[in-house]
Write a protein that binds this ligand. Structure first.
Ligand code: ANZ
Length: 829
């Protein structure tokens, strides 16, 4: 007989699937329940890598599972194909970003097909196609009309290598660029923003609905990122200035403990306040500002950094007690959080305390956490250097004296509101989403600039604004968009009055592209609208989203935001895009992330050629819980391959042994088969793919035992087991499963065979009655499994209450165990 030959099977089924298109849902209008299973779409950076191999194996398990459960499953794929790598590759190799991108897409597509990812190949989209990005522009225009897309001047994160701005989300915790790895600096530019801060409350509050459906860790990361703080705005008068300065504080109870004010050196306020100051002060401030602009926001928020700053020569007035507070500029205060200015309370805020100690400013305690004066002396921040941030009673605070912290906060807000010098306020860490990029390979912003600087939206009928050809363009990063150099493209006419106008030369952040792509899959070829409402009503939102935890903040937050915007525009009937989320871990090697620079890359194509597609997929699923990283050095695709060959041989034996069946068949095997059927749905739906694979392996072994034990492959229990193996295995090893299904005499495709229900009568556990004796007398009984281990049976006997009573305080001389029927305990007499 032929052996298991994965190459032959792969070639055979690939051709059959190409013909049958078993997974196309386009135009399918049936009444089955629906599931939208979506894997995060890839960036076409080259061929697929092992990370892709993982996500597309695991996402496919779920898509194939719901098909087996009788659902009409939408499982689409496309490419997130705009972005810097294409442009950088183009600059490096003189290629066209378009050619580079689409060649990589073709390669990845071929690999995905071979990998048997059950995608609907009739719905493919590429975000770099004008037919797609037209709708980015359309959504942008709707947001522009609502004031949700706007331009402002501000200090932006600047990547000095890629020469482009970055969203806050693209600056890593160490202050470097997620893109180039360069240390991010600040630069003042006029940029386009999306007003995500208008949605901060909703983005935060709606996370509660996702509890239990998204990984808790992801929800927590989103919560922290949005970062809502409740407190008060307090208005401070500045001597010699008409306008009051508001500060945001979470601790209005500590107002009497404020001993100075600090403004962000890079704020407009700081610049205004030094105007007219003594020349030395102006000089000191200018020098300080230059120094500050060299550090990143992350560095500035680093609590361990020594405090620096300059006195601005001005005084603020405490609105509650009229005290004069010197005004300083220091970089631990950020220009774009709250109001860019703070009241400093060194006794109760660590940063303020360190600053006060560095510059010899007073420390006044107003919240007393202790019971008596003696204790207080020991914990006073002035001597310990540790601010008292906890609970306590208010002291030295006029009308607040004696109140506990929380009550004092509420009372302080009341007083401020009564006097009209402050009010309850909240603040978010979340900033508006900077979406303009000074690069070529992205969606052009559909705005023209009139002669007088007016911003004129490109009319819908003129969309898409397509990218000009790269010929003659200098793509080299230089701080302004390369599109600015496309003179014929930039120079246009004002759509309102025909006067000369210029196109906006910036392109959109590619996170805009991926913030709504899951909707475009529903009607990917619709020329008239971004998505068809009838299809949205059928399929959306996404039932199951699958992808890497690296997208826990950026992509998911943006997609949630744009979904809410579309909801408010009346375009979709839901506010959350992804009902359930599965985050898979990374594929690593010897405990380390794979990278070109480390030279520790495992190549997708090599693994697939060596072990076969199914073995790689089974290895991914079997490696452990999907959220954990997979160390490729610790898994065994060879073992997976051997398992698949064993499964295949079971079907092959059934096919080659037509003999007559003994009635009834092997009940033990039937029980094993039906236990798998009973447990399988729960295992898959709770993402315990590794356990599911282990259970299939057990069933294969049990089936082999029955075949070899005389009953042979003609036993109907063997055929039944072989069919259940093929169906359950089809989630993990589609080629082997199809081949088995065919050998068992069925027409393709096993993907739609359906998961049979378990027969309840076969699930009832058989038990025997065990008898426990003490010195020859029966003292207890228990119902136990026929294959209970002797140790377990003895333990049961020793715990039985009758046995315990009969032994009393006598010593045990001897125990005889005859599992599963008898335990005999003899005592010393
Ligand atoms: C006085 C005070 C007293 C404060 C005290 C804290 C403790 P979160 O929780 O992160 O919102 N703050 C306000 N604006 C700031 C800015 N632009 N840059 C740096 N720090 C700023 O923090 C709010 C607290 O951070 C505010 O409350 C303010 O200091 C400071 F015992 O005001 B607090």
């Amino acid at each position: 007989a032929r052996g298991y030959d994965f190459t032959r099977i792969q070639e055979k089924w690939l051709a059959i699937w190409d013909e049958l298109k078993p997974f196309s849902t386009l135009g399918v209008d049936d009444e089955r329940p629906r599931k939208y299973v979506l894997d995060m779409f890839p960036y076409p950076s080259g061929d697929l890598h092992m990370g892709h191999a993982e996500v597309y194996a695991l996402g496919d398990v779920l898509a194939r599972y719901w098909r087996q459960r009788g659902y009409n499953v939408l499982h689409p794929i496309g490419w997130d194909s705009f972005g810097l790598p294409a442009e950088n590759a183009a600059i490096k190799r003189g290629a066209n970003p378009r050619d580079w991108t689409y060649a990589n897409i073709e390669q990845q597509k071929a690999s995905m097909r071979k990998y048997a990812a059950s995608f609907d190949w009739d719905r493919v989209l590429h975000t770099s196609d004008p037919a797609y990005y037209k709708w980015n522009q359309w959504i942008f225009l709707r947001m522009f009309e609502k004031g949700l897309a706007y331009r402002k001047d501000s200090w932006v994160n600047w990547d000095p290598v890629d020469q482009t701005v970055l969203a806050n989300e693209q600056v890593l915790a160490d202050g470097t660029s997620e893109r180039s790895g360069a240390v991010v600096v600040k630069k003042k530019l006029t940029q386009w923003y999306f007003k995500i801060t208008d949605y901060a409350d909703r983005l935060l509050d709606d996370l509660d609905q996702l509890e239990g459906k998204w990984p808790h860790k992801v929800l927590q990361m989103q919560r922290n990122w949005i970062g809502r703080s409740m407190g008060a705005d307090v208005d401070f008068e500045i001597e010699g200035r008409d306008e009051k300065v508001p500060v945001f504080t979470t601790r209005p109870d500590t107002l009497y403990g404020a001993t100075f004010m600090v403004v962000a050196p890079d704020s407009d306020l700081a610049a205004e306040l030094v105007e007219g100051a003594a020349p030395e002060v102006q000089q000191a401030f200018a020098d300080y500002l230059t120094q500050v602009q060299k550090s990143s926001e992350i560095e500035r928020q680093d609590a361990a950094r020594p405090k620096t700053g300059v006195f601005l020569g001005r005084y603020a007035v405490n609105p509650l007690n009229g005290e004069r507070l010197p005004v300083w500029a220091a970089d631990y205060v950020l220009a774009d959080y709250g109001h860019g200015a703070i009241m400093a309370v060194p006794a109760h805020d660590q940063r303020d305390l360190e600053f006060a100690r560095a510059f010899d400013l007073p420390v006044r305690l107003v919240v007393d956490p202790t019971a008596n004066a003696e204790e207080l002396a020991e914990v006073h921040p002035q001597s310990t250097g540790v601010a008292l941030v906890g609970d306590g009673r208010l002291v030295n605070s006029g009308p607040l004296d004696g109140l506990p912290k929380e009550q004092a906060i509420a009372r302080a807000i009341e007083i401020l509101e009564e006097r009209g010098t402050g009010r309850a306020a909240k603040n978010f860490r979340l900033r508006d989403w900077l979406i303009s990029r000074q690069r070529y390979w992205g969606t052009p912003i559909p705005i023209v600039h009139g002669e007088n600087g007016e911003l004129i939206p490109v009319p819908d009928e003129q969309l898409p604004v397509t990218l000009p050809p790269t010929e003659g363009l200098d793509l080299q990063p230089k701080g302004s968009s390369p599109l600015g150099g496309a003179t014929d493209w930039v120079n246009t006419t004002n759509p309102v009055d025909g006067s000369p106008a210029k196109r906006d030369p910036d392109t959109m952040d590619t996170f805009v592209d991926s913030s709504w792509y899951f909707l475009r899959f529903l009607s990917p070829n619709d020329p008239d609208q971004p998505f068809d409402p009838a299809e949205v009503a059928k399929w959306a939102p996404v039932d199951q989203y699958v992808g890497g935890v690296e997208h826990a903040i950026l992509h998911l937050l943006y997609a949630r935001f744009i979904t809410k915007v579309l909801f408010d525009l009346g375009l979709v009937p839901f506010e959350e895009p992804f009902k359930e989320l599965l985050n898979q871990g990374m594929v690593i090697l010897d405990g380390a992330k794979m990278s070109k620079s480390k030279g520790n890359i495992v190549f997708f194509s090599e693994e697939v050629d060596k072990h076969g597609v199914d073995a790689v997929r089974v290895t991914m699923a079997f490696a452990g819980p999907p959220e954990d990283d997979i160390d490729w050095a610790e898994v065994s695709p060879t073992g997976s391959s051997k398992f698949l060959a064993r499964a295949w041989r079971v079907a092959n034996d059934v096919a080659s042994e037509p003999g007559t069946a003994p009635a009834g068949g092997d009940t033990g095997l039937r029980r094993a088969t039906h236990h798998l059927l009973a447990d399988f749905p729960g295992l898959i739906e709770s993402f315990k793919f590794n356990v599911a694979v282990a259970r299939i392996m057990e069933l294969v072994n049990a089936t082999r035992k029955t075949i070899d034990s005389g009953a042979g492959a003609a036993d109907p229990a063997v055929r039944e087991a072989a069919e259940v193996i093929a169906i359950s295995l089809s989630l993990f090893a589609p080629y082997t499963a199809e081949e088995m299904w065919e050998m068992l005499g069925h027409a393709p495709s096993v993907a739609f065979a359906g998961l049979p229900d378990a027969e309840p009568s076969l699930l009832v556990e058989e038990t025997v009655t065990a008898v426990f004796q003490v010195d020859g007398k029966v003292r207890g009984k228990a119902e136990v499994s026929p294959d209970i281990a002797p140790g377990a049976l003895e333990a049961l006997a020793r715990e039985a209450s009758g046995v315990v009573r009969a032994i009393g305080d006598r010593e045990i001389a001897n125990v005889i165990v005859r599992a599963p029927r008898v335990v005999n305990i003899a005592t010393k007499r």
